[in-house]
Design a binder for this molecule. Structure first.
Ligand SMILES: CC(C)(COP(=O)(O)OP(=O)(O)OC[C@H]1O[C@@H](n2cnc3c(N)ncnc32)[C@H](O)[C@@H]1OP(=O)(O)O)[C@@H](O)C(=O)NCCC(=O)NCCS
Length: 388
């Protein structure tokens, strides 16, 4: 049995350095709008809880804590982990269980609390997602992975750093209009382009943020959807792709092979092409990652992604709006919550619930989420369809 599955509701905490909140409180903050929409605990069959790394808080068995924090301690729950792609991996797991008929109603709750440790320690923990024998000991942190990709891309396609800064300016432009964003401020091109180097050629404004936050979505099987909403967002296509563990083994550094595989599978399942997509939430953990995503998702030919940002086609009024919530760069990147937050944003845009008209995309029939784990070992692409 395979049933159609829809996202019927979502919730989102404020992202930021949330020293004011425990992990329990972040979970409750993300679940509250779902509860207020009438999806009380008794209506939820089971939960997938998404967090990427227990080291940040030291909390083991975090899924039990998360379920307990929102009153779901008696319902079945499990934790999914796929580094920074954990949120969409959790949605994928829940989709399988709902489509198969195991459960009718599932909550996917993503959370990460990264600022309980210093940035240096967080960087060290994240670096452990690299190969502990051949990458980590040589200092290949996340900024270093993406700096290698940026260097290669810049050399192959003669790309000036200016183009990466244009992406950062866009992210902050939209983050400044998102009350849930971690760093909601506009930055000028000069500020972004001349910022302090982090790992050359990437500077501070090329990097996503180290963020605390949580997000939630509810997945329901088709026969029960009408009980929950008359504005369902259907899961139309879903693709997962993987890449070689070490980037030195990959055929190219100017694209992410797993992302291309995931996109191909998602488009095939949806019966759609890149030109059909009305908005995308892409995994801009670094500015270069957003540029590469334009190409891996088929919105631009290899080496031509720069035209999308130079011509403002990825702004909210453009041909393919990308990350009009600020993205990982300005909204923030609490690892386990990120893919869930992206899905929440697609739902909000489809329902025309963006907080400001200046970031509301006009008419979203198909929205795409692209969520990359580590330097591309795990990638999920999900295509959603407006159901009203
Ligand atoms: C770039 C980075 C090292 C900066 O961390 P940091 O030096 O500890 O920065 P702090 O938190 O001390 O903040 C210092 C200042 O820089 C700002 N800042 C921090 N990170 C920033 C970022 N990514 N972009 C823009 N500004 C940033 C802070 O707001 C703060 O500004 P203020 O002094 O005006 O208040 C960190 O953000 C980082 O590692 N980002 C990448 C995260 C990552 O790899 N995620 C996984 C990717 S898949």
């Amino acid at each position: 049995m395979t049933r159609r599955v829809a996202v019927v509701a979502g919730g989102h905490s404020k992202f930021g350095k949330r020293y004011d909140a425990t992990m329990r409180e972040l979970c409750a903050e993300a679940y509250k709008p779902v509860y207020d929409a009438g999806i009380t605990q008794d209506r939820i069959d089971a939960t997938v809880l998404s967090y990427a790394a227990s080291q940040f808080t030291g909390q083991g068995a975090g899924s039990a804590l998360m379920a307990d924090s929102i009153g779901l301690q008696e319902k079945p729950h499990l934790r999914v982990e796929s580094a920074c792609a954990t949120g969409t991996a959790s949605i994928r797991a829940a989709y399988g269980m709902v489509a198969s008929g195991l459960y009718d109603v599932m909550l996917v709750l993503g959370v990460e609390q990264m600022n309980r440790v210093s940035s240096a320690t967080a960087t060290e923990y994240m670096s452990r997602a690299g190969d502990m024998r051949w990458e980590y000991p040589y200092g290949i942190s996340f900024p270093a992975f993406y700096a290698l990709m940026a260097s290669r891309y810049m050399a192959e396609y003669n790309l000036p750093h200016d183009v990466l800064s244009m992406i950062s300016v866009k992210s902050h432009h939209y983050g400044a209009q998102n009350p849930k964003a971690h760093l909601p401020k506009e930055v000028s091109f000069e500020e972004a382009n001349n910022a302090v180097p982090i790992c050359r050629p990437l500077n501070l404004y090329d990097c996503s943020l180290i963020t605390d936050g949580a997000a939630a979505v509810v997945l329901v099987a088709e026969p029960r959807v009408k009980e929950f909403t008359d504005q369902p967002m259907w899961i139309k296509g879903m693709g997962a792709g993987a890449s070689e563990m070490m980037i030195q083994d990959r055929p190219s550094l100017t694209s992410i092979p797993g992302a291309k595989r995931a996109a191909k599978a998602a488009y095939k399942m949806a019966g759609l092409q890149p030109k059909d997509i009305n908005m995308a939430e892409v995994h801009d953990c670094f500015s270069i990652a957003e540029l590469i995503a334009y190409e891996d998702l088929g919105f631009a030919e290899p080496g031509k992604g720069r035209q999308l940002i130079e011509n403002k086609e990825v702004y909210h009024t453009g041909r393919i709006p990308v990350n009009c919530d600020g993205g990982l760069k300005s909204k923030g990147h609490p690892l386990g919550a990120t893919g869930v937050s992206m899905t929440y944003e697609v739902l909000s845009q489809m329902r025309k619930k963006a907080e400001k008209p200046t970031r509301q995309i006009k008419d979203v029939k198909y929205g795409l989420v692209h969520n990359v784990g580590q330097s591309g070992q795990f990638v999920n692409v999900i295509i959603y369809e407006r159901g009203w």
